[in-house]
Design a protein around this ligand. Structure first.
Ligand code: ADP
Ligand code: MG
Length: 464
């Protein structure tokens, strides 16, 4: 293929640029660019949208200049051409209206049909408010930081606010309360709540549709971005890269970012250092297990909401026994109510005891990599140690890959720590194994049944 002069120049610039930035940034910011023309020593490049152009100017202008000087000398100039975003769907004759709707569809990953102007649905649950979030020593710092943010989003030192703590301690509740409160106080602000999982899926989708630029444009319109459970971004390189860029844009523009995590930022696994260091810019506030009085207060609050009353010795008994998880506290309460209405039983200590026993058994047992290895080894009639070994015997390899696959899907463990559980293999081996299992399941129905059966066994082992 013969390259035009402008393409040649741009290709050489790219070689230079590639040498100076990381591959991911190169891919995101430079691969989509096209050289258009070279006139009077001025190179015109085409970028997908305005945001893209601004980002280049903000972050890569000196690199671009340098690469150009290298190619075109001191008089070399760079001009941008912004590709107009024209998403008109073929076959439609209507003009403006159609165009706007379809543009919205592509730009807004949370599609709100019929709304033409970009309006973000905050995706919040209005039950999660500050009013319903009981205060205690266990949550004082996080709660008051949340209040300060809601009063002045982006304007406090708490940016980002990272709320961390064990499961069931109120991270999602508090993060959403901040969002709800912002909307109450500043109705024109764009607030958006998104789980890390949804965020990741949207990115995958946007990559598939070649619409990463739109995706980023959308997120950059948000004034208060709440991302829940960021530990799930572990090992997701591309998602982290895009999140990093969105984060930077929001932070630079004094927009508020609120994150939740099941551990402090420094302990996040498989997470880029530059992201972790940014998470530490603001405030990390933890939620601890509530103390006895707070547990009591939460219980009373929920009883009031449900419109029921429990004898005091029962609430005390529950508060004494359920210590580490507010969701569990709620669960016990609901079960007690259910038992008493369905089976017409009086609410007393005995009923509370029964319910709690069942509950604690269910909740405290979680799927572990070891339990998975045990079940798989048993199924294939292999000693467990074989799963860690280096042997390449086909039957062992399959059992090992299957164990990794189950561990990936049924536990919260990171790829890295799963790999370590299988004789110190690295995360790419785990990814490869999961893919191999998936492929085999797609072609071999008997194998697929085996996987389903083992999945069921793992789940059953929890309740047994
Ligand atoms: P996490 O996100 O940390 O796993 P959630 O925010 O989902 O926890 O909280 C679990 C349940 O406990 C929710 O129903 C929430 O409303 C309730 N909860 C947690 N903390 C409190 C609190 N301080 N006051 C009232 N309810 C709470
Ligand atoms: Mg949560």
């Amino acid at each position: 293929m013969v390259l035009n002069k402008h393409e040649q120049v741009w290709d050489s610039c790219l070689l230079f640029i590639k040498d100076h930035i990381n591959p991911q940034s190169f891919k995101t910011w430079f691969e989509p660019i096209k050289a258009v023309k070279l006139v009077d020593n001025s190179l015109t490049i085409q970028v997908p949208n305005k945001f893209f152009y601004e980002w280049l100017e903000e972050n890569y202008v000196s690199l671009l200049k340098e690469s150009l000087r290298y190619e075109l000398g001191d008089t070399g100039k760079l001009e941008y051409q912004i590709l107009l975003e024209n998403h008109k769907t073929p076959g439609h004759t209507g003009r403006d209206a159609d165009q706007m709707v379809s543009a919205d569809k592509i730009k807004n990953p949370f599609i709100i049909p019929g709304i033409k102007r970009m309006h973000i649905n905050p995706q919040l649950n209005s039950d999660y408010s500050f009013d319903t979030f009981i205060e205690g020593d266990c949550n004082k710092l996080a709660r008051s930081a949340g209040h300060a943010i809601a009063a002045n989003p982006g304007g406090t030192a708490f940016n980002p606010l990272v709320i961390f703590g064990d499961v069931g301690l109120g991270k999602t509740h508090l993060a959403q309360a901040i969002g709800n409160e912002v909307l109450k106080k500043h109705s024109t602000k764009n607030v958006l709540y998104v789980s890390s999982e949804k965020f990741t899926n949207q990115i995958i989708e946007s990559i598939r549709n070649n619409a990463v630029g739109d995706f980023m444009n959308f997120y950059q319109m948000v004034d208060v971005l709440i991302v829940d459970d960021i530990q799930f971004l572990a090992g997701r390189v591309k998602t982290q890269e895009i999140f990093f860029n969105i984060f930077n844009h929001l932070h630079q523009n004094k927009k508020q970012v609120v994150l939740t995590s099941d551990r402090p930022p420094k302990d996040l696994e498989d997470m880029e250092d530059r992201l972790i260091s940014r998470f530490k810019w603001g405030l990390s506030a933890d939620l601890q297990a509530p103390e006895f009085e707070t547990r009591q207060a939460i219980l009373y609050h929920k009883m009031e909401k449900e419109g029921i009353e429990l004898p005091q010795d029962v609430t005390e008994f529950i508060s004494y026994n359920i210590k580490n998880n507010v969701r569990e506290l709620e669960g016990v309460l609901i079960s007690i109510i259910a038992q008493s209405t369905l089976n017409r039983r009086t609410i007393d200590i005995n009923l509370a005891k029964e319910v709690i026993q069942n509950f604690v058994k269910k909740i405290n047992r979680e799927v572990t990599v070891d339990s998975i290895k045990g079940l798989v080894a048993e199924h294939f009639d292999l000693p467990v140690e074989k799963l860690q070994s280096k042997t390449r015997k086909r039957s062992v390899v399959i059992a090992r890959q299957l164990s990794m696959y189950l561990a990936k899907n049924l536990t919260n463990k990171s790829l890295k720590s799963i790999g370590e559980n299988f004789g110190g293999r690295d995360h790419s081996t785990v990814i490869y194994s999961c893919k191999a299992v998936q492929d085999l399941m797609d072609t071999d129905l008997i194998f697929k049944d085996t996987v389903t059966e083992l999945e069921r066994k793992v789940q059953l082992s929890l309740n047994g």
